[in-house]
Ligand binder design. Sequence first.
Ligand SMILES: Cc1cc2nc3c(=O)[nH]c(=O)nc-3n(C[C@H](O)[C@H](O)[C@H](O)COP(=O)(O)OP(=O)(O)OC[C@H]3O[C@@H](n4cnc5c(N)ncnc54)[C@H](O)[C@@H]3O)c2cc1C
Length: 510
Amino acid sequence: MSEMIKHIAILGGGTAGWLTAGIIASRHQARLRKGSLRITLYESDKIPTIGVGEGTWPTMRQTLQTLGISESKFLTECDASFKQGSKFINWRFDQHPHSYHHPFSVPAGYQHQLNMAEHWLSQHQHTASFSRCYSPQEAVCEAFLAPKTMQQGEQQSLLNYGYHLDAGKFTQLLQTHCTEALQVEHQQCEVSGVQLDDDGAIAKLHTTTGDSLTADLYIDCTGLKATLLGTALGIPFKPLNSVLFCDRALATRQAYPEHSTAIASCTLSTAQQAGWIWDIGLQSRRGIGYVYSSQHATEDQALQTLAAYTQSSSDLLEVKSIAFTPGHREKFWHKNCIAIGLSAGFVEPLEASALLMVELSAQFIAEKLPQTYSQIAPLSNIFNERFLYRWGRLVDFLKLHYILSDRQQDAFWRDNKVSNSIPDSLTELLQLWQHTPPWPHDFDRTGEIFQALSYQYVLYGMGFETKMPIPPEKAKQQLADTALRKNIEASRQLTQQLSSNREYLNHLRV
Ligand SMILES: Cc1cc2nc3c(=O)[nH]c(=O)nc-3n(C[C@H](O)[C@H](O)[C@H](O)COP(=O)(O)OP(=O)(O)OC[C@H]3O[C@@H](n4cnc5c(N)ncnc54)[C@H](O)[C@@H]3O)c2cc1C
């Protein structure tokens, strides 16, 4: 292995591999053009990509910009649409209908340091939903509207948003862009063996055709197999199925009944007997999947549940069945190998944060790209510490969605509330929030993935009780009243002003 890091090998051409290649390549264009750095992506066309992963965070807008892909090209080529958050249906009760929103826009008043949750708890909690009071996005989503007007440019919008996309088409777009515009080399091959050096780092990859591949830094994007970091380097996997129970998914696609059918503006997540169903509206179809716990339902039962949701017969439904163990590697960067994507870990699709973890990992590598081998030890320590913390926060936030439920009929929901399945860190936060609503001081580490606002939307959407011993000051209440009134007016104006998702996306095609 050379002392200088001049060649990066990325193994795996799923969304993680291509996003990582693109993010690093766009940051190091000068070196790639000069030839002092090479990035090669190796993948096997015999090993399929996972083929799901259709919801993103708003961070993907910046990522597309970094890569130099225009939004209109992305929307058109990836059958994509706008995602303005998630709507959780029937997560709270199983006896009567209920729903709440987790929108991407920050609540009204937030920019003035107002904790609107205090206002809501003291004045409105019994009369109106938290998200309806402080975000215009709930009304916009309920009306299937776009987050921007047709006159606004690519980087402009009236509301914050991410995307819903076709995973296969997105990977194809990234591949074309990375190889044609960003100097990423691409080679088809199947890696069948890994040779380590005396130090336990990767020395060579062997392929099924008898070739060997060498590089200075290896990025493992081989999906759930984790061929390099897991199998070859033996970094243990930390299972989290005692906390998050979903470990199977049945994914399907459904055509719209008509070309003009409205496209949803948020991911619809509907609670079911042993998990929940995602429903994502793309331009030409819906992507629907049941994520469930194999401890609480058989595949046949899950198929019946999915068939009932899609109002089709289970015999006719074309489904892809995916098994995974929720969890992550004990570390993500070891010696000269870094795992990004499913190879690093996957807990479940709730809140669609897997691609966000890919973006954050690749940004770190792009920003801190080691130039010499001696930089690897300190950088890998920072990387591992930061991402272990992020996985911990992610698990807490996802578990929160389940433990606040009052659903009693099914064992899946009752088991989720058993105290030994709840991380201590989450139990502590809930104790704190019994007396004060979440606020940024509760999470003040660099690069938090879920902010206090997200916790507020979920806690109060699910009816969590915060009993504040001291009511908010009068002056703050007045400011909050004003913010609430402004939000009501903003909701009214936006629902009149914005066109539907379908209209906006159609206009890109003319
Ligand atoms: C049910 C489900 C729903 C999800 N929903 C979301 C969502 O809404 N939002 C979100 O952000 N994420 C979601 N995810 C996660 C998301 O799908 C993944 O993070 C994303 O697709 C990245 O996958 P990947 O590239 O790591 O792996 P894969 O797509 O599995 O790609 C692996 C690649 O490695 C290659 N490979 C493997 N072994 C070898 C070898 N030996 N030699 C050569 N090549 C090899 C394969 O050919 C392939 O190209 C979901 C995941 C699941 C399971």
